[in-house]
Design a protein around this ligand. Sequence first.
Ligand SMILES: *[C@@H]1O[C@H](CO)[C@@H](O)[C@H](O)[C@H]1NC(C)=O
Ligand SMILES: *[C@@H]1O[C@H](CO)[C@@H](O)[C@H](O)[C@H]1NC(C)=O
Ligand SMILES: *[C@@H]1O[C@H](CO)[C@@H](O)[C@H](O)[C@H]1NC(C)=O
Ligand SMILES: *[C@@H]1O[C@H](CO)[C@@H](O)[C@H](O)[C@H]1NC(C)=O
Ligand SMILES: *[C@@H]1O[C@H](CO)[C@@H](O)[C@H](O)[C@H]1NC(C)=O
Ligand SMILES: *[C@@H]1O[C@H](CO)[C@@H](O)[C@H](O)[C@H]1NC(C)=O
Ligand SMILES: *[C@@H]1O[C@H](CO)[C@@H](O)[C@H](O)[C@H]1NC(C)=O
Ligand SMILES: *[C@@H]1O[C@H](CO)[C@@H](O)[C@H](O)[C@H]1NC(C)=O
Length: 613
Amino acid sequence: MSCKILMLYFFLRLASADNNNQSGFLFDGYFKLGGSVNHSHMSSRVILTDSGLSEAGQVFYNDSFKFKNSTTGSVFSFSTTFIFSVISKDPEFSGHGLAFAISPSKGIPGALPNQYLGLFNATNNGISSNHVIAVELDTDQDFQFDDIDDNHLGIDINGLVSVKSLPAGYHSDDWHFKELVLKSGKPLQVWVEYESLNQQLNVTIHPINIPKPKLPLLSLKRDLSPYFYELMYVGFSSASGTNSSQYILGWSFRVNGQAEEINLSRLPDIPGFIRNEEGAGDGYRKQQKILAVVLSLTGGILLLLLIFGVLIMISRRRKFIQVLEDWEVLYGPYRFSYNDLFIATKAFGDKQLLGKGGFGRVYKGILPFSNIQIAVKRISHDSRQGMKEFVAEIATIGRLRHPNLVRLLGYCRRKNELFLVYDYMPNGSLDKFLYRLPNYVLNWKQRFKIIKDVASALFYLHQQWVQVIIHRDIKPANVLIDNDMNARLGDFGLARLCDHGNDPQTSHVAGTPGYIDPDIVQSGKSNTRTDIYAFGVFVLEVTCGRRPVDPRTSTEKVMLIDWVLNCWDNGAILDTVDSRLVNEYVLHEAELVLKLGLLCSHPVAAVRPACLV
Ligand SMILES: *[C@@H]1O[C@H](CO)[C@@H](O)[C@H](O)[C@H]1NC(C)=O
Ligand SMILES: *[C@@H]1O[C@H](CO)[C@@H](O)[C@H](O)[C@H]1NC(C)=O
Ligand SMILES: *[C@@H]1O[C@H](CO)[C@@H](O)[C@H](O)[C@H]1NC(C)=O
Ligand SMILES: *[C@@H]1O[C@H](CO)[C@@H](O)[C@H](O)[C@H]1NC(C)=O
Ligand SMILES: *[C@@H]1O[C@H](CO)[C@@H](O)[C@H](O)[C@H]1NC(C)=O
Ligand SMILES: *[C@@H]1O[C@H](CO)[C@@H](O)[C@H](O)[C@H]1NC(C)=O
Ligand SMILES: *[C@@H]1O[C@H](CO)[C@@H](O)[C@H](O)[C@H]1NC(C)=O
Ligand SMILES: *[C@@H]1O[C@H](CO)[C@@H](O)[C@H](O)[C@H]1NC(C)=O
């Protein structure tokens, strides 16, 4: 037996009695993926085996499950939930992650570790004969496989280029997206559920101390029957890195039914893993409790000392911060004090974090005294040059008033940081509505209104204000949705700050790839026509419900503009309208808007319309 692979530190405390029942099981112990092997812990009726076939850590359930109805050939509903924890020694090099896999064999032969996650190898990656369906918990960005970041979940079918993937996190009940860190060492619970009737695969992840969120993170509508054999095995694979340990702390699985809940109070204690406080049950021994009390007392005292230290530092620093440069006095009403913002955002705490944009982090806050809700964008900026002009521009922007612009309330400047204070928009950005709420589809009326709103904001900036203001970065992430579902353009002028910067990589062209006017690359200058170009792309994006460049679709569809243009040439422009609208849209409006989008994104700037309303 090739035993260099696995794994099992089994402390099985076995649960339900129906383990011989081939529709599911509950594994109530834990094991480590990758690492040294110990097979002498088979003390339970739930038998997991290592594949014994590859260098990647793989643990599979010893028996296969019947996944298909033999008469109809359709895949049964199935459901699985597991709790995992990735403990890394060094956050910089923490391995590539792990995956839940459904495979035709007990283990996946020939699979490689590292970026192949123990699922595939260089020759078979992406081949349909693999018949492997997996959910990856990826902690490393591999550009080779189009990974979106180094902390995401993805649905993989026969290959490592995920069919769908999103940064790790969950939707709280009030629609906020809360980020999670996969390799934080905290136990996280994952659900993978397939519903046969709707042919929908959902993946949800959440901290163990909150109930399963209503909305899944990933949702894929697809008939899985081409990928499944009738009998398949379920298990886990890992990248088997030496710098991190990947634990499964409980796992249940069921075909044709809901996976059994994992009893949280039985979570094992593993060195290095951080138990969520509320998730901790009675698993701790008394000694540990006493130790914890002692530690928390020491911690408390240290914390007090730290707070004193910080207070002293703050009061010292304040003297310097409050010094204004002459020119800044001019813009008085738009200046906020750092103290107020510090209090408003609860010290820029992680809980207040609304998101991360191209320019910096955005925090939610409540201004002391007035109780006004604000959003604070924190930008680190080390170029003093250009700051004066930029602040002058802020004063201008601060005076802009339009129902479709996010109001800039003011700014604050501190050493190498700049803070911009905006009205708070509780519904977040359009980006979220288009791509990150799998079960919320904007209807046509809303989309049409959003396009008109942004057009009217742009008209105001370009034509109605005393001076021409160029936005420079129009895209769904910069369009915010207010309480009444009106769209408001935000973040104007920020790209300019980038223009002023010393960074040679950003000083020539500002904007976001996919929205940048091809003309600007030659002239290097932004003007209203470059905004119109980005607006054209935006219009197509909202109507078609996809990003301007989508490498995951077929070649002719990768570039949105080209695709729409081609469909128009073939007399089928309406084929490009977002399929999620299922024909519930006004035909002539959609056609008009698509053509407008194409005209605005015309490669020749002079052809683009100048006036939008
Ligand atoms: C297996 O267990 C499920 C639920 O516990 C039950 O509904 C089903 O009848 C069982 N099947 C067999 C073959 O025992
Ligand atoms: C395997 O597990 C047994 C029983 O817990 C233990 O006595 C033995 O030392 C372990 N072997 C290794 C190599 O960890
Ligand atoms: C694992 O499954 C094989 C058949 O696939 C069987 O022969 C073996 O006994 C099982 N192992 C255990 C420990 O049940
Ligand atoms: C398979 O599908 C047929 C036809 O829909 C149905 O009558 C039968 O009950 C299904 N079998 C199982 C095991 O679900
Ligand atoms: C493990 O970490 C070290 C540095 O701590 C790094 O040099 C090495 O490449 C890492 N190994 C892997 C497999 O990531
Ligand atoms: C890749 O995996 C397949 C089986 O999944 C195996 O037949 C093949 O030999 C492997 N290739 C390499 C280069 O290891
Ligand atoms: C997937 O999520 C959607 C929306 O929450 C829900 O309607 C559907 O029933 C879910 N499917 C499964 C298999 O959980
Ligand atoms: C969970 O485990 C604890 C301790 O073993 C036990 O007292 C409790 O009844 C269990 N809860 C459920 C719902 O099984």
